[in-house]
Design a protein around this ligand. Structure first.
Ligand SMILES: NC(=O)c1ccc[n+]([C@@H]2O[C@H](COP(=O)([O-])OP(=O)(O)OC[C@H]3O[C@@H](n4cnc5c(N)ncnc54)[C@H](OP(=O)(O)O)[C@@H]3O)[C@@H](O)[C@H]2O)c1
Length: 328
């Protein structure tokens, strides 16, 4: 039977190439057409706000509703795959309800003891990105000295814990005492890159240099870390937060790219999506670690879409403390 519902969407109030501020989105109500054959309507419970949404916005204009990874409940189904009441994860949008092809959604059963919001964080894009970046790209070895930048962000928290679990010696680089304390709660020592002496701290921690860097930021700070890599050192390049607020992606700063030759360094970029065939196994491995208490993620929750715009503007300037999610 057709179900008629309304949704509340957060829409761009200006062209996406312009700077994002707390006023860049307005919440608008509209009727959502009933699901057509092969579609489902999802009542969104939690959504992930990610830096990549800003990259997408650069080419969008006023009225655009950003995409978001969501977890929610099926409230209308014209698909054999899902019944009303099923919990699903899906590529959704900044909205209270979304209508999408059923083929794009996955049934979701929260593993024992794992709160539902982790579906869009630890077990969502950020957890999977950290998992593939660490296990498939960085490949830490026991005893190595490895630094993670943006370490209290959604990806950074998980990457740092996975590296520690591998037996390597990990140090987080993060901005501000609140984030340093947050990492300590997760068992990860950290330095504050806002302090003038942070590089001296790194040098004291790794007097013989770094084996590897898991980099979420690549700005001047990351360039200083690359200069501290030992011969055969490596960088897993996950993202470029340092340029996230810009209209175009700035080039990666490094004073001397020839260092890659003189130190036999490897810089490998990666995208989690390239490992998507392994998502189910990766989620299971992450869920096992959560259940055993070996893995956690601290979150910053924005309550409802009306609060999302200003939280997202904060994310783009590094002011959010923890992985940003919206409780819808
Ligand atoms: N490769 C992939 O498949 C993939 C998938 C998902 C995400 N990513 C990328 O991974 C990176 C981290 O994502 P995330 O979800 O962890 O983001 P997040 O939760 O917003 O954390 C990012 C961290 O970057 C740091 N940062 C440093 N300079 C910044 C600046 N100029 N502006 C804003 N933040 C700055 C902030 O930490 P401090 O204040 O502590 O420095 C912030 O906590 C992003 O670049 C994202 O695009 C890549």
């Amino acid at each position: 039977m057709a179900v008629s519902v309304t949704t509340h969407e957060a829409r761009l109030t200006h062209d996406g190439v312009d700077p994002i501020t707390a006023d860049s989105f307005e919440v608008v109500e509209r009727g959502l057409p009933s699901a057509l054959d092969g579609e489902i309507v999802i009542d969104v419970r939690f959504a992930s706000l990610d830096p990549s949404q800003r990259i997408r916005l650069r080419s969008e204009s006023v009225g655009f509703v950003p995409p978001a990874g969501i977890v929610g409940t099926v409230v209308d189904s014209r698909s054999d795959q899902f019944a009303v009441g099923d919990t699903v994860i899906a590529p959704g949008a900044w909205a209270t309800k979304v209508c999408i092809p059923a083929a794009a959604a996955e049934r979701y059963e929260a593993p024992d003891g794992v709160a539902l919001h982790h579906a869009v964080g630890l077990l969502g894009l950020t957890g999977l990105t950290a998992y593939f970046g660490v296990t498939r790209v960085l490949r830490p070895l026991a005893g190595e000295k490895i630094v993670v930048t943006g370490a209290f962000g959604g990806v950074g928290q998980v990457a740092a814990q996975l590296i520690a679990a591998s037996g390597a010696d990990v140090l987080g680089v993060t901005g501000g005492p609140e984030k340093v304390d947050g990492l300590k709660r997760l068992g990860i020592p950290a330095v504050d890159h806002r302090r003038a002496d942070w590089l001296a701290e790194i040098d004291r921690w790794a007097p013989d240099g770094l084996h590897a860097v898991f980099d979420n930021v690549w700005g001047d700070a990351s360039a200083r870390l690359v200069e501290r890599l030992r011969p055969l050192g490596r960088v897993a390049l996950c993202g470029q937060m340092s340029g996230i607020g810009e209209a175009v992606v700035p080039p990666l700063p490094l004073d001397n790219w020839f260092r890659l030759v003189t130190r036999s360094l490897t810089v490998q970029g990666f995208r989690a999506v390239d490992f998507a065939a392994e998502n189910v196994a990766a989620r299971r491995a992450l869920a096992d670690m959560i259940a055993s208490g070996a893995l956690g993620q601290e979150v910053h929750v924005a309550s409802g879409w009306a609060a999302a715009g200003s939280a997202f503007a904060d994310l783009l300037t590094g002011r959010v403390v923890g992985k940003l999610i919206v409780e819808v």
